[in-house]
Structures are given as structure tokens and as C-alpha cells.
Design a protein around this ligand. Structure first.
Ligand code: FNR
Length: 385
């Protein structure tokens, strides 16, 4: 991995190593992928106004997020089935995050159960929950997360139904996976991946195993169970019910505007994640960066604001923090890192971002994250934000 300089380089290695159906499952977005592209374009539409002669010999990029001190303002976003990207999956990712002084958010759809991840690392992890209709299973999953030592629950609100990821439909990455000559060739032409990933322990949504009595444990049946539990009529009262049950910190994910940010605070959230699910759910909604300042203006003094969507550079991290985020999450980049080099690939991803964050702080003229505010950010001339 010596010649990898950027997160985009990690993506290209992942693209070579993974069968196309797996790479596209990670890389793709919903429908025309307008929101996916918008997430990146929003960073390109903004620039910094550097403040000269105001940095320090040593910059401090540590932050406190919901009472937890993190060495870098980057967390790993919850992503399902990460063992498809590389062996170790969520455990490898959590170990990498711990080594770099930060945390990962374990997805409900993770391929390693939250309890198993919890036993592999000392640092308590965060856990993500879907808006399920079945309270018995929801509370059972929260109990498992609590037993695993999870400090913070992330409730994802932008999945009333799943987005239409058309690359997956085309590639046969469906439930069950569609095997035809093309998908078979796709897998067989990546023998190193097939050997490492397919010959290991079966890849399933591990948190769901044994959750419903009598429910099979095949990958397809658990994925089906996950889908069937989604509840399009989930309401703010359901959020309050989770709030009342979960004694730890609660963060709501998928907030894309001031009004829902306000409702989140009213429902008792300790924090929100400004996120459009990496452009994988609704298409043709704004870039997360384009709504961040509005959310910060509405609830910035009452709850902590996290951000995800399109972070690929240290400059992106610094820009999101300047516009009101306390920390950011990355989704695809850590899966690319995992595909490129297992746990060390994820560590590499952290190292690239940390070096870039540090250099950016120096170049824009900030000694620490606390120095950043919106006055550092300009719209690129000739663009409307
Ligand atoms: C996700 N994301 C996601 N979010 C969530 O709340 N629960 C989940 O299970 C998943 N699963 C998932 C799988 C894959 C393969 C990806 C790429 C993403 C969304 C994720 O948490 C995050 O919001 C986005 O990935 C952020 O955008 P970037 O960093 O990928 O641009």
C-alpha cells in the first residue's frame, strides 16, 4: 500500500480487488445518483479564506463528542455487511478506529454481531438501529447493544423504505443474490477475494441471528427479515419510545434540515447526524453539506451535530467542522480501506485523513478544531450555495 496517497487511491485499489457487484454495492447510490454526486460537488463549490500567521507549531485535531474524547474528528459510519469488503469486517474496522483514538458505529446490518465486536476492542462502540416496526425486536437489539457496552445509540430515520440502488439491481446484488453467468464470472475473476471472503465464515446480518424465534439464519432470510421490519409509518412518538428505553446517549441520523433538527431536540436526542445516507436513499435531495449551516443555526447550542456524506479529504473534514459539525463520519472510505488492506487499510485511511486535516489546519490558520468557524469558508466565486 506504499503508493497510496489519497482516499481516492484506496477506492481504486478496492475497485480492482472486489467483484463488481460488491464494489458497486459499496460505491453506488440511489436512482440517478444525483445526491451522491451532489455530496462531492458541495465541497467543490466552497473554498477557504486562509487566516495568515495564526497557526501553531503543533496543531490539535482532538475533539470531544458527546463526552468522549476522540484523537481525530472522524468516526466510522455504520455500514451493513462489511465482511463483503474484507475479512474481519466490522471487527477489523473497530480495531483500526480504536488504534487511532476514535470509535466506529456498528450497523444493525453488520456482518459481525455487536457483542462480538465489543469483545474484540476495549473502547466502547456506538450502535446503529433502524426504524423498525416491531418493538419487541427493537428493544431486544437495544438490550444486546447495552450488554456489548455500547455508549451511544444512533437511530437512522431516513429509511422508511429502501432506496432504489439500481447498480445492485443490474448486478444481481439482490435478496437472494442472483447467480447467472455474468455474476459467476464476476466472482470467479476475483479469486483472491473469493478465497479470502467466501471461504470464511458465512456473511449474514449477524445481529439478527436468533432475534426472532424460529426464523432461519440464512443470509437471504435475515436480510429479508431486516427489510420486513422497516416501518414506513414510524413516527416521532416511536423515536420518543426509543429515547425512553435507551439510557445512554441518543443520536438521530438522516437529519436534512432545520425543522427536523428541531423535532429531534424536542424528541430528546443528544445529537443529530446531518446525512442523506451517502446518496443511497432519496435521490435529488440536497448535499448534506448544503444543509449543515441551517441545522447548526437551529440547534447548535442545544445538541451536538455530526456530519456525513462525501468526505474524501482532510479539507472536507475541516470545512464541515467550520460549518458547524463537531465531528464527521466516513462510510465508503473505510470499506475501501478494508478491501485494500484489511485492518491496516482502515488505519491507512485514518492516517491519510489525519495528515490532511493537520496540514489543512496549518494552511488555513487554525491551531485546533475549536478555532474553526464559518468565517473560514467562502463560496467559490460565481457559484450559488
Ligand atoms: C451505508 N450507510 C448505512 N447507514 C445506516 O444508518 N445503516 C446502515 O446499515 C448503512 N449501510 C450502509 C452500507 C454501505 C455499503 C454504505 C456505503 C453506506 C450509510 C452510511 O452510514 C453513511 O451515511 C454514508 O456512507 C456516508 O457517506 P460516504 O462517507 O459514504 O460518502
Amino acid at each position: 500500500m506504499g503508493d497510496i496517497l489519497t482516499l481516492d487511491d484506496l477506492r481504486l485499489v478496492a475497485k480492482r480487488r472486489l467483484p463488481r457487484m460488491v464494489f458497486d454495492f459499496i460505491d453506488g447510490g440511489a436512482e440517478d445518483e444525483r445526491t451522491l454526486r451532489a455530496n462531492r460537488e458541495a465541497f467543490e463549490r466552497r473554498t477557504f479564506e486562509p487566516r495568515l500567521l495564526s497557526t501553531a507549531a503543533e496543531r490539535d485535531q482532538s475533539v470531544t463528542v458527546l463526552g468522549e474524547r476522540l484523537a481525530t474528528p472522524v468516526l466510522l459510519a455504520p455500514t451493513g455487511l462489511s465482511r463483503l469488503a474484507g475479512p474481519g469486517g466490522e471487527t477489523a474496522a473497530a480495531k483500526a478506529a480504536q488504534k487511532r483514538g476514535t470509535v466506529s458505529v456498528i450497523s444493525s446490518a453488520s456482518s459481525v454481531a455487536v457483542g462480538e465486536v465489543g469483545r474484540s476492542v476495549e473502547r466502547p462502540q456506538w450502535f446503529q438501529l433502524y426504524p423498525w416496526g416491531d418493538w419487541e425486536l427493537t428493544s431486544a437489539l437495544m438490550d444486546r447493544a447495552k450488554a456489548a457496552g455500547v455508549t451511544t445509540l444512533v437511530l437512522t430515520l431516513d429509511v422508511p423504505v429502501t432506496g432504489a440502488r439500481e447498480r445492485d439491481y443490474r448486478n444481481g446484488m439482490t435478496i437472494p443474490v442472483r447467480i447467472n453467468p455474468r455474476t459467476a464470472f464476476d466472482v470467479l475473476s476475483h479469486p483472491a477475494w473469493a478465497l479470502k471472503v467466501l471461504t470464511g465464515k458465512r456473511i449474514t446480518m449477524a445481529n439478527l441471528v436468533g432475534l426472532r424465534e424460529g426464523h432461519g439464519s440464512s443470509a437471504a432470510s435475515l436480510a429479508q427479515l431486516n427489510l420486513s421490519l422497516l416501518n414506513p409509518s414510524y413516527s416521532w412518538d416511536d423515536v420518543r419510545r426509543v429515547r425512553d428505553y435507551w439510557a445512554g446517549r441518543l443520536v438521530l441520523k438522516g437529519i436534512m434540515g432545520a425543522a427536523d433538527a428541531r423535532r429531534s431536540v424536542d424528541a430528546g436526542a443528544d445529537g443529530v447526524i446531518v446525512s442523506n445516507h451517502g446518496g443511497r436513499q432519496a435521490d435529488a435531495i440536497p448535499a448534506s453539506l448544503d444543509v449543515l449551516a441551517d441545522v447548526a443555526a437551529e440547534i447548535g447550542t442545544e445538541a451536538e451535530i455530526l456530519f456525513d456524506g462525501g468526505i474524501r479529504r482532510g479539507t472536507d473534514v475541516v470545512m464541515a467542522l467550520a460549518l458547524g459539525a463537531r465531528a464527521v463520519l466516513v462510510g465508503r472510505p473505510w470499506m475501501y480501506g478494508l478491501a485494500a488492506g484489511g485492518q491496516s487499510g482502515v488505519e491507512k485511511m485514518f492516517d491519510i485523513l489525519s495528515t490532511e486535516i493537520d496540514r489543512t489546519l496549518a494552511l488555513v490558520g487554525a491551531r485546533s478544531i475549536a478555532d474553526l468557524d464559518a468565517s473560514f469558508v467562502r463560496n467559490r466565486p460565481g457559484t450559488f450555495v
